[in-house]
Write a protein that binds this ligand. Structure first.
Ligand code: PLP
Ligand code: COI
Length: 355
């Protein structure tokens, strides 16, 4: 492993590992954390001081701008362990690039690739025993940057922190996924920050999602903010619709996260000879297809969600069930992508990166 960092990463190891307290056979998503975390500071115009410390609370100024103006961005990625205990990342430089796209939009200083990659690899090596090997589990990785600089002036902070935390995780959804097509609230708008992984995008979804959960749905499917006519994406995943034998997903835009799983699905589908279309998907056509039987599948795609088949969707007080197919595109694509991620198959696309 080549070390590109000028300053070596300082490591302060924990004296009391928590690993024996974890039931690796019953992991929820993102609720237990490994022994260590990476912390870097941005001060006086430079990123510095990459340090690995025991996972634990941070001390912050009450006037830190993250609390008041929400300058915060994050990424979601996973590390996978194969049966030989080798560890792999999936398209990690894409996450680094996207973090910096988010950074730019939120007036946060970009994080250099060497801080991101060397920090991540060193942290994963240190906590490698924490990477689960149980089927359906992986190490969920959460890199994030927030404004730690102080002051109530509504302007970008002068100090930031970049952290990486690790959460050995099981599936994001338990049970069948039922989604509600939203017509009142919007997640994002043209010219807005929907394409950034900004913390506030998620906070803004919580209230409408709570309303949907009360009605028995797991997630909201967002439609365009202008007319609410087109299906865009879900709270934590991009959406694919299969009408007839064509797999369709919305184009990325200001409003939609450019999902790494989404682009991998499009690539795999095309190499499997599946017809794909990247175009606006109207709610009207999906309902018409549900009624005439040509709507065969809907599924979400994301790092946490992997490929999550949608069992039913609701629209204006009516629920539409999706058929349960024997040989669905979702299951075939999920197998292809997870076989690459867990090093069970060749990786013709060069997506897998060995630690
Ligand atoms: N859309 C949103 C809003 C998300 O939060 C995520 C998760 O990261 C995705 C889509 C899927 O993106 P990716 O496949 O890069 O994880
Ligand atoms: C991910 O899939 O990594 C995400 O960031 C989704 C998150 C909201 C859990």
């Amino acid at each position: 492993m080549e070390n590109l960092l000028q300053t070596p990463i300082r490591i302060e190891e924990t004296k009391t590992s928590k690993i024996d307290q974890i039931d690796f056979n019953n992991l929820a998503f993102g609720s237990v954390f490994s022994d260590h975390m990476l912390v870097c500071d941005y001060k006086n115009g430079v990123w510095e001081n990459p340090t690995i410390v025991p996972y634990g609370p941070l001390s912050l100024e009450p006037s830190a701008k993250i609390f008041h103006y929400g300058q915060s961005i994050f990424e979601g990625m996973k590390a996978y362990k194969d049966e030989n205990n080798d560890i792999f990342l999936f398209r990690p430089t894409d996450n680094h690039k996207r973090l910096n796209i988010s950074a730019k939009r939120m007036a946060i200083p970009e994080i250099p690739e060497e801080f991101f990659m060397e920090g991540l690899k060193t942290l994963l090596k240190l906590d490698e025993k924490w990477i689960p090997q149980t089927e359906g589990s992986a190490m969920y990785i959460r890199p994030f940057i927030f404004a730690s600089g102080k002051g109530f002036h509504a302007s970008p902070a002068d100090e930031y922190k970049f952290l990486i935390c690790l959460a050995p995780s099981g599936p994001y959804f338990s049970g069948k996924v039922k989604v509600l097509i939203e017509e009142t609230y919007s997640r994002s708008a043209n010219g807005g920050v929907g394409y950034a992984k900004a913390g506030g995008n998620y906070a803004g979804q919580f209230y409408p999602t709570q309303l949907a959960v009360k009605k028995g749905y797991n997630q909201v499917i967002w439609t365009d903010d202008n007319k609410h006519e087109n299906i865009e994406e879900a709270g934590a995943m991009n959406i694919f619709v299969r009408i007839g034998d064509t797999l369709i997903t919305a184009p990325t835009s200001d409003r939609i996260l450019d999902g790494i799983t989404r682009k991998s699905v499009l690539k795999i589908a095309a190499s499997e000879g599946i017809a794909t279309e990247v175009r606006a998907i109207t709610v009207t056509e999906v309902i018409a297809a549900a009624k005439d039987g040509s709507l065969k599948e809907m599924f979400g795609a994301g790092t946490a969600a992997v490929i999550s088949p949608i069992a039913a969707f609701g629209f204006r007080d009516t629920d539409y069930d999706l058929p349960e197919l024997e040989n669905s595109y979702a299951s075939m694509i999920k197998k292809r992508i997870t076989d690459i991620q867990y090093n069970r198959a060749e990786d013709p696309y060069g997506w897998r990166v060995k630690l």
